[in-house]
Design a protein around this ligand. Sequence first.
Ligand SMILES: Cc1cc2nc3c(=O)[nH]c(=O)nc-3n(C[C@H](O)[C@H](O)[C@H](O)COP(=O)(O)OP(=O)(O)OC[C@H]3O[C@@H](n4cnc5c(N)ncnc54)[C@H](O)[C@@H]3O)c2cc1C
Length: 423
Amino acid sequence: MITSPFWTDQFPRPADLPVSTELPSHVDVAIVGSGYTGLCAARVLAKSGASVAVLERETIGWGASSRNGGMATPGLKQGLSKIYKKYGPEKGREFWQASVDAIDLLEDIVREHAIDCDWSRSGHVALAAKESHLSDLESYADWIKSEFGHPMTKIPRGEIREEIGSDRFFGGISDEISGGIQPAKYVFGLSRAVSELGVKLFEGSGVESVHREGSRFRVITGQGEVAADEVIIATNGYTDRTLPRLKPKVIPVGSYIIVTEPLSLELQDELSPKRRMYYDSKRFINYFRLTPDGRMLWGGRNDLSVDLDLEESSAILQAQLTAVFPQLEGVPLTHSWSGRLGVTFDLMPHIGKVDGVWYANGYSGHGLSIATYLGTELGLLISGQKERSPFAEIPHQTILFYRNRPWFLPFASRYYRLLDWIN
Ligand SMILES: Cc1cc2nc3c(=O)[nH]c(=O)nc-3n(C[C@H](O)[C@H](O)[C@H](O)COP(=O)(O)OP(=O)(O)OC[C@H]3O[C@@H](n4cnc5c(N)ncnc54)[C@H](O)[C@@H]3O)c2cc1C
């Protein structure tokens, strides 16, 4: 079994991706991190005429943006009822609409730059893992319909086989606006698109510190330094102490994925007749789908830590997989890998500034379309094409005594496991 992402194994970073080696002395905007957030901000800024450098510690697209499940679904990680309660209906509506617009934006970007990334709007199904969860899902669908006029379909248990080749679930709700993508093809396509717009891409250029000097910033990398009028930190789950005051605002949480060998067309049709994106209703959720080449991809975790052994985690994931799809008993796995989510204490994505430096992060595992959207928002805000974003207007809190190591994660893991067991 290969312990690196299937997506980059299938589609490695293109050898002809134009990366630069010599840092310029000055750019209008320096962007730290080359995932969807950084590249989408770069795209807007370059189009507005700014000179932009994207500085990546590893290789372009190395982070979560080439490792994820490739499932673009509406909503945010935080539930909308909680969002409404906390921020009121007006903001709540803006957040929901942003999540819907984010999927359209992703599709527009893919079309505009002719990115060949297997994007397909095949819809998603949220599945009730316990009988009591079905009424919650159905009430959510009713509420979304009445509040936004957005249709979702209720799937009673008796009809679930039309959606999934499993008897493990108690029903669910489906939404046609969701889609699937090959995430590595998307991130490498984006990189090529921004480089064609004039953005300079740098690899092996970990940013060590950022210093304010007058109206500019000095960005120090392992390969030298660059002066910039604006700096964006787009490092999400890989955020380090480059800006010590940013680190405690985002918690790195591990997410783990396995994929099987390609399945016969007959078995694919049985397991996923409509090629949906799926997730279940547990706190430690499982998310899964068929890959464009017909493998079952199965993601999740039963621990929040970032460094679980990949052999061990694949055994846990495989047991979950075959409990849902007994048809896959004995089907060999080909890949097992992990990546880091950037989770916030309020489960909301945020745009903000720390010490004059911009950032967007906190997608909490729901960042394929939302990072695309927030990166774009950042670009629009910095280039003056937009005056406000709801994601920049909510407090971004941390907790006392969290500076570097998320010491509370083992306690949170136990708590969530207990909740999944009880409820
Ligand atoms: C296993 C997994 C499955 C997921 N599945 C889904 C899914 O199905 N649907 C969905 O919506 N979301 C999913 N997500 C979340 C989604 O992938 C992320 O929210 C999104 O990719 C974040 O993009 P980003 O650009 O902000 O960060 P990333 O793509 O993580 O990029 C951050 C980059 O910053 C670089 N970096 C860090 N520090 C420095 C430094 N000091 N100097 C230079 N570079 C630095 C890192 O090397 C990294 O490449 C998943 C995530 C994971 C890990």
